[in-house]
Write a protein that binds this ligand. Sequence first.
Ligand code: GRG
Length: 313
Amino acid sequence: MGDLEAEKHVKYILSVEKKDDFESLVLEHLRMNGAYWGLTTLDLLHKLDAVDPDEVVSWMMECYHQDCGGFGGNIGHDPHLLYTLSAVQILALFDRLDVLDIEKVSDYVAGLLNEDGSFSGDIWGETDTRFSYCAICCLSILHRLDKIDVEKAVSYIVSCKNLDGGFGSIPGGESHAGQIFCCVGALAITGSLHHVDKDLLGWWLCERQCKDGGLNGRPEKLADVCYSWWVLSSLIMIDRVHWIDKDKLTRFILNCQDRENGGISDRPDNAVDVFHTYFGVAGLSLMEYPGLKSIDPAYALPVDVVNRIFFGK
Ligand code: GRG
């Protein structure tokens, strides 16, 4: 098994920002998410100091909508919970949460809670358990969970639980590893994991490991590096990570590296991108790969950042 090409991945992440190619074009509308993936990867690789925080924060504040308190995916784009969480996470990485009007941002997030306990992603109303996670994670980082009826939000998430132990995007929606991360993460943050049948869900999640060692997101699908994060983080939160063959998964992720130019792809020999580079490195971090910072499975931020937020150290 070859090693992690840490230096090449750092160079790759730094180069994406400067390029004017297809990948940058595709990321244009969700640049805030891209920035979170890239910057968190740099931090896990101990290289966050390769970027100028002032430059990032000043661009981020141009994506901020002062009228409502939410962030857009790029300058001139509409606000949405998906980008607001990424913005809050990036500011937490840089220890710059002080630039925020915390009351305004948390009011924006709390204002998206619906009567049935679901969250809309923005004013247009689509609901999805992804947004429940974004809202709960955001409010928790800002120490403002008291702005919502947590019990109601938790009941809604529980109503998205399926007979196979997994969770979907809405009540009755198919179990999917990405949605399971969102639901289990939100339940972990709110101290509500007793609603999860850990053995049943653990069984469903560990069955996601394919012959090639990689993990898929639901039955009959191909393995993809990003599920190393969605599945493993969920297994850790329910104390069942030992049900996965970590060596095989580590090998799968390392085989998805571009050993020449850096970056990680979804599957071996495919084109790399920032999303899979982040989730590959984050998956390795969850498996305690040597030399990487540890990442928190619920907040998707390095453990030292989470400790600083909650314990001030
Ligand atoms: C802070 C880590 C973090 C997340 C924020 C946005 C969000 C909260 C979570 C997204 C969870 C999710 C739904 C992930 C799945 C992403 C993905 C690869 C979807 C692909 O779905 P399909 O059906 O792919 O195209 P499969 O693998 O099922 O064929």
